[in-house]
Design a protein around this ligand. Structure first.
Ligand SMILES: CC(=O)SCCNC(=O)CCNC(=O)[C@H](O)C(C)(C)COP(=O)(O)OP(=O)(O)OC[C@H]1O[C@@H](n2cnc3c(N)ncnc32)[C@H](O)[C@@H]1OP(=O)(O)O
Ligand SMILES: CC(=O)C(=O)O
Length: 528
């Protein structure tokens, strides 16, 4: 296997993405995770940009990393001053990183329009800056900004800029597709041309504006590039950078390139989710390799086949990247989906059992009426238990009332719910206020039941989604409510559908509470 070095820029280019910002503490925690996963270089930020990035380089020195090197990022010197007088270059050295990466201009258009200096002077900026840094940092990398656009516009000049970096003895020259518009077939040919002129090891840094960042990075490796830059989850300026969560498994599992170990690869999904969490963003469920849907099978034909052999519909075993196969339930399901789900819930079901067909018919009918079980697996589990006769009725609701009242146009509306429930032989009648009618109803149901089932105190309502479903033939439009609840151990989704939003919410709330009570009972049974 040939070796490819991985260079992560989540903490620098990643933070140039809209909505992405990390505290110094977040950056330190992410650096540790990147180190554990075997990333060779972690670009921590641009110390010449802001105090937070300076603080990162100070703090990271106190940490013990197992193998990763820390890189600091900056630009070539400004025109008309020497590198020793350039504040940006000085802060790079003061940061005392293991490696320094500076970017410089390749594209004549940029030299004229962005820097507004003569082309020759830009070559001096590149050479001087790298030569100065080379004797002051253990390793020095050169990011050739806009390399591919520059090469297409003026190949001779673009190569001259790389030669300036080579003469200054940069340890690696990184070809950047800064605007992200290069196509994989163009990129491969340009790299072939570059290799005729440049002997310094080459790297790649691509952006995703044409959705080709990962493909371009992999093509670059095919062309002999040995250093790959990218970010976790593809965070980065505009449409983002090349996504290392896709590049790494492709390098190792599809291209036979040595980068991280099999054990480290199994931590990839955790790393992806950790970075989303610290960025305060919801994970992209459709993300290849590491997303929740990456190995989620919905079509009945697919589910039937993967149960015979997973590779029929999976390009690799999800466990290799720390993910798992999932089976989704919908009106596209067949018996195989139901059987797979039953197994997941430890329910014994046979494909010839008439109950299996009953469940399937019931689901198709309910989905036709607007239910959706993909995000409501707890409701589905209860539905199966009801069909099998293993569902326990912990309580019954005799009735409820919800009042929403606004007493004056300047006042906030008041929401109050009353509910009457029966548990065993006892009837409980309670009222509760809430922040809106659904919250009031949730509070009232729980208040009435917590007395009998104290474990309900652990349940929290985590998410609430409402969707207005279009009217079907002869039917009025309906409302679907999906609720996500959780306790300290797990999270579960439930669904309700009605032409009345309160009733739809009520169904989803009741399912959530019943699910928690069943879960607790099974837990207790397991302990006995
Ligand atoms: C392709 C990339 O992603 S490169 C990384 C981009 N990232 C960032 O810009 C984030 C961090 N940036 C910053 O904090 C600020 O822009 C700073 C501190 C670097 C500079 O701030 P300012 O001095 O106020 O300049 P400003 O941001 O307005 O303009 C950029 C300056 O850099 C100069 N510049 C741009 N590229 C280079 C280069 N490769 N070498 C030298 N100077 C450069 C521009 O000419 C301009 O200087 P000028 O206004 O004197 O002509
Ligand atoms: C250096 C860099 O971030 C770019 O060219 O995109």
């Amino acid at each position: 296997m040939s070796l490819v070095k991985l260079y992560d820029t989540t903490l620098r280019d990643g933070t140039q993405g809209e909505d992405i910002s990390f505290l110094v503490e977040d950056k330190i925690r992410i650096a540790h995770k990147l180190d554990e996963v075997g990333i060779n270089y972690i670009e921590g930020g641009w110390p010449g940009s802001n105090p937070k990035d300076i603080a990162f380089f100070k703090e990271i020195k106190k940490e013990k990393l197992s193998q990763a090197k820390i890189a600091a990022f900056g630009s070539t010197r400004r025109a008309k001053i020497t590198p020793d007088k350039d504040q940006n270059i000085r802060t790079l050295i003061q940061a005392e990183p293991d490696a320094i990466t500076i970017f410089g201009k390749t594209w004549d258009f940029h030299v004229r329009e962005a820097l507004r200096i003569p082309l020759e002077e830009n070559l001096e900026l590149i050479f001087d800056s790298l030569e100065y840094l080379k004797s002051r940092a253990p390793e020095v990398f050169y990011d050739a900004e806009h390399f591919f656009d520059g090469y297409k516009a003026n190949p001779e000049y673009a190569i001259k800029t790389l030669k300036a970096a080579e003469q200054a003895k940069a340890d690696c020259i990184i070809l950047c597709d800064t605007n992200g518009g290069t196509m994989p077939f163009e990129l491969a040919q340009i790299i072939k041309d570059v290799k005729k002129h440049i002997k310094t090891p080459l790297g790649i840094h691509t952006h995703n504006d044409s959705e080709c960042a990962v493909a371009n990075s992999l093509h670059a490796v095919e062309q002999g590039i040995v250093h790959v830059q990218g970010t976790i989850n593809g965070f980065g300026e505009r449409c983002g950078n090349a996504n290392l969560c896709s590049i790494i498994p492709a390098l190792r599992l599809k291209m036979g390139k040595e980068c991280i170990s099999a054990e480290q690869l199994r931590k990839l999904r955790d790393l992806s989710r950790f970075v989303y969490e610290l960025a305060n963003l919801s994970p992209d469920k459709h993300q290849p390799y590491v997303g929740n849907s990456a190995f989620a099978h919905k079509g009945g034909v697919h589910v039937s086949a993967i149960q015979r052999h997973a590779e029929t519909y999976e390009h690799l075993r999800p466990e290799l990247v720390g993910n798992t196969t999932r089976v989704l339930i919908s009106d596209l399901s067949g018996r195989a989906n139901i059987l797979a789900k039953a197994e997941e819930f430890n329910i014994n079901l046979d494909s010839k059992d008439p109950v299996t067909l009953d469940i399937l018919d019931n689901i198709k009918d309910m989905e036709n009426r607007g239910y959706q079980f993909e995000g409501a697996e707890a409701s589905f589990e209860l539905l199966m238990k009801r069909a099998l006769g293993t569902h326990r009725k912990f309580f019954s609701v005799i009735g409820f009332r919800v009042i929403d009242e606004k007493r004056h146009e300047d006042q906030k509306p008041l929401s109050e719910a009353t509910i009457m429930v029966k548990v065993g032989g006892k009837v409980e009648h309670t009222a509760a206020e809430g922040n809106g009618p659904v919250n009031a109803l949730d509070n009232a149901i729980r208040k009435a039941l917590e007395k009998f089932y104290p474990r309900l105190k652990e349940v929290k309502l985590l998410d609430y989604k409402v969707r207005v479903l279009p009217a079907g033939q002869g039917t009025a439009s309906a409302i679907r409510v999906l609720i996500e609840s959780g306790d300290k151990e797990s999270r579960w989704g439930t669904v309700g559908v009605s032409d009345n939003i309160i009733d739809a919410s009520y169904q989803a709330l009741i399912d959530s509470i019943e699910y928690k009570l069943h879960k607790g009972e099974e837990g207790e049974a397991g302990k006995k």
